[in-house]
Design a protein around this ligand. Structure first.
Ligand code: SAM
Length: 297
């Protein structure tokens, strides 16, 4: 088992003090494989039948009827099953399913996913809305963008315009009713101390913070008045989450609003300083994650 990278340990101690033991216990475990049933192609009943037929154990997830936990299967074992190769299910961490669930999607609204690859949340939005909204998905990395296109096709998602671009360079004349900014981050919530040590230096985190600030500024400038933007990262560092919001929101007359109570109530939480935001504590089941829902006046 590795020890915590020194910068991370110091940052967590100063931000979370007494919670560090709980966070470290979460980092020490190997989390089970989890999946989302792709309701564009399959039903929960069909998927559970397929799992039962192969003797694969599964557990439901109380706060999301499309999700399940597979306590005995590794991701690579799952990936070879036809329910995966046919796009009937998508392997996705439980906390990574939160951002689309935190959003509302009125029929016909325009949705922008600013940082989309490999596409788990884009496809989840398409499934949640049963393709009744128009989605634009941006990804700046060419190879990851190819992966995004492949995954969307595999999952039968057809109502998405994929743009291989830096979303900070989108035309300022565009407007979207709903925006998901699942920002690039240090991944400090997803550490597993059983794996090879990960990079985690202050300078790098500061650079990420600057990118996150620019992305959020761009997102809010593209958001329609009264529109909703969800900001998320798989980091639990305040620099990448609440400090980004504290820097940007006042400039846009934007504010955080509550996430659905049934989601926040179910999560193991770390303390937050910005009201209405959710920081999920890493546990043996959940990866650490941050979500904020923002509206622009
Ligand atoms: N939302 C994705 C999902 O659910 O599968 C995961 C997104 S991952 C956290 C962040 C992604 O943003 C990476 O694929 C990265 O290449 C991309 N990215 C980083 N900076 C970007 C930018 N300025 N414009 C567009 N994409 C960007």
């Amino acid at each position: 088992m590795n020890s915590l990278p020194p910068y991370l340990e110091q940052a967590l101690l100063s931000q979370y003090g007494p919670y560090v033991d709980q966070i470290t216990a979460g980092y020490s475990a190997r989390r089970p494989t989890t999946l989302r049933v792709n309701t564009l192609k399959a039903s929960m009943e069909g998927v559970t039948e397929a799992l039962r037929a192969q003797g694969i154990a599964y557990q439901p997830v109380g706060w999301y009827t499309d999700a399940m936990v597979l306590p005995t299967m590794s991701e690579s074992e799952m990936l070879s099953l036809s329910i995966c190769t046919q796009g009937e299910v998508y392997l996705q961490g439980l906390t990574a399913m939160l951002p689309p669930l935190g959003m509302s999607f009125p029929r016909g609204c325009s949705v922008l996913d600013m940082c989309a690859a490999p596409g788990g949340k884009t496809a989840q939005i398409a499934a949640l809305t049963q393709s009744t909204v128009s989605i634009t998905a941006c990804e700046k990395d060419r190879f990851r963008c190819e992966r995004l296109r492949h995954n969307l096709k595999q999952q039968g998602v057809h109502n998405v315009t994929v743009l291989q671009t830096d979303s900070r360079h989108l035309d300022p004349a565009f407007r979207f009713d709903r925006i998901l900014l699942d920002a690039p981050c240090s991944g400090s919530g997803t550490l597993c101390l059983q794996d090879a040590p990960r990079r985690m230096e202050q300078q790098w985190v500061q650079k990420l913070k600057s990118t996150q600030i620019h992305l959020l500024e761009k997102g809010l400038s593209l958001l329609s008045s009264g529109g909703e933007l969800v900001y998320s990262t798989c980091s639990i560092l305040r620099e990448e989450n609440e400090e980004v919001l504290q820097t940007v929101l006042p400039r846009f007359h934007a504010e955080t609003v509550p996430l659905p109570e049934e989601l926040t109530a179910a999560m193991p939480k770390l303390p937050v300083v910005v009201p209405n935001t959710l920081c999920v504590c890493p546990t043996p089941l959940y990866e650490g994650f941050f979500v904020a829902k923002i509206v622009k006046a």
